[in-house]
Design a protein around this ligand. Structure first.
Ligand code: HAM
Length: 425
């Protein structure tokens, strides 16, 4: 049996890294007063059709849709925002004090052509803030992305921002695009011929048509922003400048999901040889999504980072974030009679907060020492007949090879003192 195409297993080094990143994200999110959310991995198909948009590539080509045994139309979530918005509405979280900031971490599913940095099951860390239209929150969302990458020591990143404006600005722009592209309709790729009717903005980030001459002179969104939208975007830039966050305004950033209004952004890996799937994290403001999904009119802004691409970027910049947890203590029972005492000792050490491994299989000392070395254990405790009688344990520091005789009743104190420093690492 083999794993499905476009998926991968998480264990060993990758598991350690994912755990480490999750821990870091948890601590980071606390600093922003963001609360952890988990929503179902599958939702009613309708949620994504309404949320992400019927005409998007994601909904029209990439969702994993299925019927359950009760004939319900369900979809494996292709992204996290729609589910969080559904949860926000269904649990009436808008009645609590706003803004509300949510974060999530989990697998998403898209039927895309797998390649480096692109999977069919991939992990996202996402952030969503509901309840304020103020541009400070747009700037905060972007700053979280940048700060997270900075925290990890990642240097090769480029922040692209753009504004899609409000509905009025976008309608005007849409008109301008339709008029502009009409004479070139025959030269557009088949997908873009479709987009011309349904969503002409998406023609701008088409990978097939991008190098065609007429693309260069296409109208720019920023020229069609009305006064309000322009002001909003200017404030976002002002706040990013105030936080000394570097960015470029890139009018081709239109995003592949339909729910955005005003600010949109993509953080790309600026690392030689990274490959075409180089957007590490992306997001934007969505002032109409909560209402479109059936809730009150409440604005939102957020982003999501792809964990696989982030790990790739860290690898390419030779940043080692390997978080490996080693057992601190290894207990070797000598003989069958010592086993019950050893089991009790291991249990009480674990309850006292130490990470402990033991020999389960009555192996000889030599192979136990080998195991302890392999595991990276700090202290080895041997417990045999003599130790049981005298209630004095022999403890070996596995690095310095120094040996200690410790009264059983002082054991916790001894280990606390010796291992205290390790705990703080
Ligand atoms: P997205 O741009 O579709 O936005 O995805 C966000 C990130 O997920 C991408 O920048 C990329 O790093 C990663 N990603 C997407 N597809 C794949 C894939 N097939 N394989 C590996 N990584 C992938 C969203 O999903 C929005 N929900 C973001 C958002 C949150 N906007 C507002 N709030």
């Amino acid at each position: 049996m083999q794993k499905p195409k476009g998926t991968y297993d998480i264990f060993g080094d990758r598991a350690n890294k994912m755990l480490y990143l999750r821990k870091l994200i948890n601590a980071l999110m606390d600093k922003y007063n963001a609360k952890y959310f988990e929503t179902p991995i599958f939702e009613s198909s309708d949620l994504f059709h309404r949320g992400v948009g019927e005409t998007t590539d994601i909904v029209s080509k990439e969702t994993y849709d299925f019927k359950d045994r009760g004939d319900r139309a369900l979809t494996l979530r292709p992204e996290g925002t729609a589910g969080i918005v559904r949860c926000f509405i269904e649990n009436k979280l808008y009645a609590e004090s706003l803004p509300l900031k949510a974060w999530y971490f989990g697998p998403m599913f898209r039927y895309e052509r797998p390649q480096a940095g692109r999977f069919r099951e991939f992990y996202q860390f996402g952030f969503e803030a509901f309840g304020t239209c103020d541009p400070t929150m747009d700037a905060e969302a972007i700053s979280i992305l940048v700060n997270f990458f900075k925290m990890l020591g990642l240097k090769g990143i480029k922040v692209n921002i753009n504004s899609l404006g409000d509905s009025e600005s976008r309608d005007n722009y849409r008109q301008a695009l339709v008029s502009y592209f009409k004479p070139y309709l025959e030269q557009l790729c088949d997908d873009c011929k479709n987009r011309f009717e349904k969503n002409p903005l998406r023609i701008l980030d088409c990978k097939v048509d991008t190098d065609k001459e007429f693309m260069k002179n296409a109208p720019k969104m920023l020229d069609y922003l009305n006064k309000e939208s322009k002001e909003h975007f200017n404030k976002v830039k002002e706040y990013l400048d105030a936080m000394k966050i570097d960015y470029v305004v890139n009018s081709n950033i239109v995003r592949g999901l339909d729910y955005y209004t005003h600010t949109v952004f993509e953080v790309e890996a600026d690392i030689p040889g990274f490959g075409s799937q180089n957007v590490l994290g992306a997001g934007g403001r969505y002032n109409n999504l909560v209402e479109n999904i059936g809730g009150p009119s409440i604005p939102g802004v957020g982003f999501a980072i792809g964990l696989e691409r982030l790990l790739l970027a860290l690898e390419m910049e030779k940043i080692d974030i390997n978080y490996n947890s080693y057992p601190e203590v290894y207990v070797i029972p000598m003989g069958i009679e010592a086993k019950a005492k050893a089991v009790n000792l291991v249990n009480s050490l674990r309850l006292s907060g130490f990470s402990v491994e033991m020999d389960y299989d009555n192996r000889n000392l030599k192979s136990n020492f080998k195991s302890a070395d392999k595991l990276g254990v700090k202290y080895i405790i041997i417990i045999g007949e003599e130790e049981i009688k005298s209630k004095v344990l022999t403890i070996k520091n596995n690095e310095s090879k120094e040996e200690y005789k410790v009264d059983l009743e002082n054991l916790i104190e001894f280990l606390d003192e010796k291992l205290g420093d390790y705990d703080e690492d």
